[in-house]
Each structure stands twice: as structure tokens, then as C-alpha cells.
Ligand binder design. Structure first.
Ligand code: FES
Length: 348
């Protein structure tokens, strides 16, 4: 340990991780990496990856998410995925990913041996302690992953309460984890709803009738929901109309407060494609761009949805959530939580 500390000091400013990863990316100590150890295609258009995280990984709670980073054509890109495994088997990380969007399509081509960047797990979409006596889990498509993690975690804990799992898929062939869902313990009832074909216990899109059929006691239980926007909206609307919204828990990502210090702001910000240039005010780049009359795409404005992601061609930025400063060229950054540290050029 002491030797490592001396080596770290000698290797400053790059830090030992920069050198270790040249030898073996899985040896890094501060950053987290995950090596793909197995690849399975359960349904057309999805991939299930099993990862072996490096030593800095601290595990997760069922329902949380991790950020996965990959380099595509020299640009670092990051997306969030919810592990599907039980939280009690944290030696491995299982991600099931639908081939939709650049990063997910890239990961659908993953092979054993690939090494991905990982974050620690985050998010408040988790089961309470003690575990509830009655639980309703509703998911759609690949939104099944955090709920699969909950089911597997409860099974590992020997949970004996009543669980109903209502899952929506286009057709029976699109049901992820179909074999495992068919073999649940007697206290778990799986109800499949197919939206575009016969074959499920229920058919069509979410409705109050589906709720009453799957879990007639839903009004007195906690409900966890994760799936496509259309499903999320209609379940929310149903619960709102019955004044049950407090019993409905959706995958909301908790955001930590941004730390912004405008006093030491210096340098110039340049948006290369639009040719707009302005002095750095010390505010997040999204705000500065908007003040300069630009309209970059964005969503949550708190570092969660990644819709404001752009490539930083050069310069250093500070991530206001983590406090980390990074200066890599052609690096993907989130404009809403990145503050320039000196001159910065954005490819936008
Ligand atoms: S991450 Fe959502 S807007 Fe920036």
C-alpha cells in the first residue's frame, strides 16, 4: 500500500491509473472498469452483458443504475443502465441493453474481453427496509432490468410477501428473462401483457382493468414502475386519478447539488460549429451557451439524462457534481454540469 502511495506521488500529475491501464485496464485503482465476461442475446435487438468490475466497485442496491462509458471513434460516451442481477451477488454485474442509440448499439456488439468504464451505483429507486408485505412491480420492454434485480434480490433474501410482476412486451418473443419469469416462487405472480400480439395473460396497453386483474390490492401496496415513456405516463395518470401517486415509485434519479464558484472564472468559451465565442462567466456551459443565444439540446439540467452531451475539442472543464477536472481532447461532456476551467472549445 505504502509502495503504491510512493509510486502515485512519483507519477503525479498523471496518477498511477494512467500508467496501470497501459499494462492492464482492469488494474486501475481509483476509476472503475468492468470486463465483459459473457455475452448473451436473449431477444433480437438486445444484449445481456456480464461484467466483472475492478476492485474499486462497491456494489449496488436493486433498482439503482450505473454509468457506463465507452470510447467510440475517439470520443468518450456515457449512458446509464440498471443492473439486472441480485444485489447480493455483487461480484458480477449484469446489464441487459436494447440496441437503441449510439452507445447501446455499440454495446450490442460487445465481445468477452471488452473493458468498459463504470461509475459507482447511484439512484433512489430502491426497495424499502423492511421489505413490504405486498409489492406490485410494473415494467415495459428493457425497463425490466431494475425490477428483475428487485425480484432476484427478494428471492435471495427468502422474501415470503406477495409480489405481482406485471410486464409489458410487444410480443411473447420480446419478453426478456422469459424462462426465469416462468419459474418464480409461489409468492410471486408474473403477469405478462402483450401489446402487439396474442400470447400474454393480458393484451393491449396498460389500463385500470389490467391493474385490477393483476393485483386487485394495488391501492394498499407500493408499486415500482420502469419502462417506456408511454407506459410511465399512463400508469402515473391512473395513479394520480385515484390519488395514489404517493404509492407509485418511478425511476427518478436523485441529483446531488452542483458546486459552482464564479469568482475565479477565466478564459474564453468557443462553440466551434456555430462560431460563437464569449468570456467564461463560471456558470455551467449550458447556461452560458443559452445566455449567448445558443439553444443546445437538454433535458434534466442536472447531469442525469445525458441529452446535453457534447464533445469538448480542447480545454479543461470541472464537473460540478463530482468536482473532477478533466482536460482530455475530444471528450464527451455534459454541458449542464460542466464549468470551464480556462479556455474551452466545444464541437457544437
Ligand atoms: S444531463 Fe440532462 S440536461 Fe444535461
Amino acid at each position: 500500500m505504502r509502495l503504491a502511495a510512493i509510486a502515485e506521488a512519483l507519477l503525479t500529475p498523471h496518477g498511477i491509473d494512467r500508467y496501470l491501464e497501459l499494462v492492464d485496464p482492469m488494474l486501475v485503482r481509483r476509476e472503475i472498469r468492468g470486463e465483459v465476461t459473457a455475452v448473451e442475446h436473449q431477444t433480437p435487438g438486445t444484449v445481456t452483458l456480464t461484467l466483472k468490475p475492478s476492485s474499486a466497485w462497491r456494489g449496488f442496491r436493486a433498482g439503482q443504475y450505473v454509468r457506463v462509458s465507452v470510447d467510440i471513434d475517439g470520443v468518450r460516451r456515457t449512458r446509464c443502465y440498471s443492473p439486472a442481477g441480485s444485489q447480493h451477488r455483487d461480484g458480477r454485474l449484469e446489464l441487459t441493453i436494447k440496441a437503441q442509440g449510439l452507445v447501446s448499439q455499440h454495446l450490442n456488439r460487445a465481445r468477452p474481453g471488452w473493458v468498459l468504464g463504470l461509475s459507482q451505483a447511484d439512484g433512489a429507486f430502491t426497495l424499502p427496509e423492511p421489505r413490504p408485505e405486498k409489492l406490485l412491480l410494473i415494467s415495459g420492454g428493457s425497463g425490466i432490468t431494475p425490477l428483475m434485480s428487485m425480484l432476484r434480490t427478494l428471492a435471495d433474501e427468502g422474501h415470503r410477501g406477495e409480489v405481482v410482476f406485471l410486464h409489458y412486451a410487444n410480443t411473447p418473443d420480446d419478453v426478456l428473462y422469459a424462462h426465469e419469469l416462468a419459474r418464480q416462487a409461489p409468492n410471486v405472480r408474473v403477469v405478462l401483457a402483450c401489446t402487439h400480439a396474442a400470447g400474454g395473460e393480458l393484451s393491449g396497453f396498460f389500463s385500470r382493468e389490467h391493474l385490477a386483474e393483476a393485483a386487485p390490492w394495488y391501492a394498499g401496496a407500493l408499486t415500482y414502475l420502469c419502462g417506456p415513456a408511454q407506459l410511465m405516463d399512463s400508469v402515473r395518470a391512473g395513479y394520480d386519478s385515484e390519488q395514489l401517486s404517493e404509492q407509485l415509485i418511478t425511476e427518478e434519479f436523485a441529483s446531488s447539488e452542483l458546486v459552482i464558484d464564479e469568482s475565479a472564472a477565466e478564459g474564453t468559451v468557443r462553440f466551434a460549429h456555430s462560431g460563437v465565442e464569449f468570456p467564461n462567466s463560471g456558470r455551467p456551459l449550458l447556461e452560458q451557451a443559452e445566455e449567448a443565444g445558443l439553444r443546445p439540446e437538454h433535458g434534466c439540467r442536472m447531469g442525469i439524462c445525458f441529452s446535453c452531451t457534447k464533445v469538448k475539442a480542447r480545454g479543461r472543464v470541472r464537473n460540478t457534481k463530482s468536482g473532477e477536472v478533466s482536460g482530455e481532447e475530444n471528450e464527451e461532456i455534459q454541458l449542464c454540469i460542466s464549468v470551464p476551467a480556462g479556455d474551452v472549445e466545444i464541437d457544437a
